[in-house]
Ligand binder design. Structure first.
Ligand code: HEM
Ligand code: HEM
Length: 229
């Protein structure tokens, strides 16, 4: 049966969530490129890092005030639901979930937490030569060394989580014949019935993105001694 024969075309991912995802992918790549692969310089690593932090903050707010499928309470399920999903996936009985599946929901939290740790430790990190995170002057040298070490070690955790994430997407395509990438691009899935999802207005996303950006800009300005108040 083709996707179209499965039923109705329903919008499951709103524009802000899709923009968030693909901008995040680009920024994370640029973070590795500037720190490890010699692209541009560390000043750009900082700029991309601030943008990543603002994106993660935005996604936390969107998880509380965004569209239905993007809200944490929509996709964070207890161990029972996760076990049932894993079992039914194994027997290929699970239908197409409307948003994140119960296992995928927790992987979203893991990736966001890991990225949050990476970006926040980056603010305090330093190579002791030319790169000094904007908050590195606000804490002791021992703390700077500890947070720099965490920044360095956590990159491995991040790479592992991203690897698992992409492997899960591929597995869905190969085993369950379900293309998850298309909906993350154009926002729609073919479902048997319309679940009547609530989509939040884009204006709200803009406001929350502005708030997240202002919060990061304020912290950086304070760290650099440019805080005007
Ligand atoms: C730097 C690499 C990546 C990171 C950090 C990342 C992170 C994330 C996050 C946080 C979400 C949750 C979206 C939300 O609810 O806001 C997500 C979902 C998703 N990502 Fe990625 N992603 C990465 C790379 C990729 C790549 C390369 C692909 C394509 C192969 C991909 C395909 C998807 C899909 C299809 C979903 C939706 C999954 C579902 O239907 O439940 N991601 N990703
Ligand atoms: C999620 C965002 C980020 C990612 C993925 C990331 C990734 C990395 C990676 C892979 C390294 C190389 C570590 C090593 O090989 O030892 C690095 C180093 C560094 N990063 Fe980030 N970073 C992020 C955010 C930030 C931010 C926001 C800042 C500061 C504003 C920052 C400041 C630094 C500094 C100062 C170093 C050099 C530390 C050293 O020499 O050990 N990073 N980062």
């Amino acid at each position: 049966m083709s996707e179209a024969e499965a039923g109705i075309r329903v919008k499951v991912w709103d524009l802000p969530t899709r923009l968030f995802h693909w901008t995040l992918v680009l920024l994370v790549l640029l973070q590795f490129a500037t720190a490890d692969w010699g692209l541009l310089n560390m000043q750009w690593h900082f700029y991309f890092g601030y943008a990543t932090l603002a994106l993660v903050l935005f996604r936390l707010l969107w998880g509380l005030f965004g569209s239905e499928t993007s809200r944490f309470r929509h996709f964070l399920r207890g161990p029972h639901a996760v076990r049932a999903y894993v079992r039914s996936t194994f027997w290929q009985k699970a239908g197409h979930p409307v948003g994140h599946n119960p296992l995928g929901g927790w992987s979203v939290v893991a990736i966001l937490t890991c990225l949050g740790i990476q970006a926040v430790t980056g603010l305090f990190a330093s190579d002791d030569i030319t790169a000094f995170g904007p908050l590195s002057g606000k804490v002791s040298d021992a703390s700077v060394h500890l947070l720099t070490a965490i920044h360095s070690l956590n990159q491995g955790v991040l790479i592992a989580l991203i690897g698992l994430h992409v492997a899960a997407v591929l597995l869905h395509a190969l085993v369950r014949k379900e293309n998850l990438v298309h909906p993350m691009l154009h926002g729609h899935k073919w479902l048997h019935r319309d679940p009547g999802l609530r989509i939040a207005p884009v204006g709200r996303a803009l406001l929350l993105a502005l708030l997240a950006t202002a919060a990061v800009a304020a912290v950086v300005a304070w760290g650099q001694g440019n805080w005007p108040f």
